[in-house]
Design a protein around this ligand. Structure first.
Ligand code: ZLM
Ligand code: CA
Ligand code: ZN
Length: 395
């Protein structure tokens, strides 16, 4: 009804496995896979599926997971018994053994965990393959983006690092991949995985406060191995931020930094993690970003005209996650000016969108906006530091 048509000259693909959305981390756990259902509902009610190739993805295979993760970790992940109650980690009798950081309150062992992980990874691997074989120019994998998982360890709600798996696929056909992470948390797992190569540059924007905000890494001076002989030196870029950053400041930083990186590093593909916990009103986040400012990052990357995978990630206020990811899907298609701001009447679960617009104001989201602790002087310093790092990078 909104006459959403396929974009001219390029292809957008949407990769999802609806079974993934049925899994639960536990009653009050912040990560709610159901937000993917709410996102798909909005994307569909705006008619966007008509403009994309829609893939129902298969779970990743053991071999695919094993391209980054250690076998003993995968074997344990596949066999560990689910625990219905979060275990008391302070009581050794009740705790049993905690292996690979599995079974705490951040990374619980829930029913169907291995299936959930393989499905998330499957969407990202599938997206990467479509980019590689030229069947897609912008591939969307909202079920992925789990940037904290390590080779042999779960961390921060992430068990399998689907982004690393996706980038490893891209590296089979592209010389250089730029990883960009706008989740409010530091993309530590992806940074660490590609620490010693100059074929991947990682850039994360995040709240940084080492002793009070997870994971505590990603300071301005963390730029990859310091050793001169390591090709990965200077290929990790971190943008540490304080509470309350606004759309205007964030867009300025993003464009100054990504624009410069594009000139120096000249990526042949982009992997963009769009964690929606950087939005105002997020249950875990601390920023004042609106759907427009978050989406502006996607729009800027799209304009670079480089093949791109767009991943999900964090996002703990489901209605805002769905708004942001639906808006960003419309940007990928190029129909953002054709769809009405009002949430369509026939949208399933429309009552969840308490303000019936895609773009609620800060006042609607928060009542009173959170104090902005980012000074213009500090933001200038960050951009300056990044520009200095880039003098060491050139191809
Ligand atoms: N406690 N329940 C972002 C990953 C953030 C580590 C402090 C757990 C929570 C959080 C879990 C129901 C991404 C830490 C926190 C309380 C040790 C984190 C279960 C609330 C709950 O109510 C909760 C009983 C839980 C977890 C809050 N955990 C908030 N922040 C972080 C991990 C993941 O968005 O970047 C990508 C998907 N963990 O701060 C503690 C140190 C565990
Ligand atoms: Ca980030
Ligand atoms: Zn996050």
């Amino acid at each position: 009804e909104y006459n959403i048509v396929r974009p001219k000259g390029y292809t957008v693909s949407y990769h999802a496995n609806p079974e993934m959305e049925k899994h639960h981390f536990g009653q009050t756990h912040p990560m709610k896979p159901w937000r993917l259902t709410l996102t798909k509902s909005l994307v569909t009610s705006y008619g966007m599926p008509f403009a994309m190739d829609n893939y129902n993805t298969r779970p990743a295979t053991y071999e695919e997971l094993n391209s980054f993760h250690a076998s003993d970790y995968l074997d344990y992940l596949g066999t560990a018994p689910p625990e219905d109650q979060p275990r008391d980690i302070d009581n050794p009798d009740k705790a049993g053994e905690v292996k690979f950081n599995l079974g705490g309150s951040d990374c619980p062992l829930f029913h169907g965990l291995f299936d959930y992980c393989s499905m998330s990874a499957g969407t990202s691997v599938d997206a990467a393959r479509k980019i590689c074989n030229g069947q897609s120019d912008i591939a969307i994998a909202w079920g992925g983006g789990l940037h904290h998982a390590k080779r042999s360890e779960a961390s921060g709600f992430c068990y399998i690092n689907d982004i690393v798996l996706g980038i490893l696929q891209l590296l089979r056909c592209y010389p250089r991949v730029l990883y960009i992470d706008i989740d409010v948390h530091h993309g530590d797992g992806v940074e660490e995985a590609f620490f010693s190569t100059d074929r991947v540059m990682t850039v994360s924007f995040h709240k940084y406060h080492p002793d009070s905000f997870f994971p505590g890494t990603g300071g301005l001076d963390d730029n990859g191995p310091k050793s001169e002989h390591n090709p990965g030196a200077h290929h990790a870029i971190n943008v540490p931020l304080n509470d309350g950053i606004t759309d205007e400041q964030y867009s300025w930083l993003f464009e100054s930094i990504i624009g410069k990186i594009n000139e120096h590093f000249r990526p042949s593909a982009i992997a963009l993690q769009c964690g929606a916990d950087s939005l105002a009103g997020d249950r875990l986040g601390r920023f004042n970003l609106q759907v427009q400012g978050h989406g502006a990052c996607v729009e800027y990357c799209k304009k670079l005209g480089i093949p791109m995978i767009i991943f999900g990630g964090g996002g703990y206020t489901p209605r805002n996650v769905a708004r942001a990811w639906a808006h960003e899907t419309s940007i990928a298609i190029g129909c953002q000016n054709k769809i009405p701001e009002e949430i369509p009447q026939h949208t399933p679960w429309r009552e969840h969108f308490i303000h019936d617009t895609l773009f609620p104001t800060l006042e609607q989201i928060l009542g009173e906006p959170r104090a902005n602790r980012n000074t213009p002087k500090r933001l200038q310093e960050i951009v300056q530091h990044v520009h200095e790092q880039l003098r060491f990078v050139g191809h």
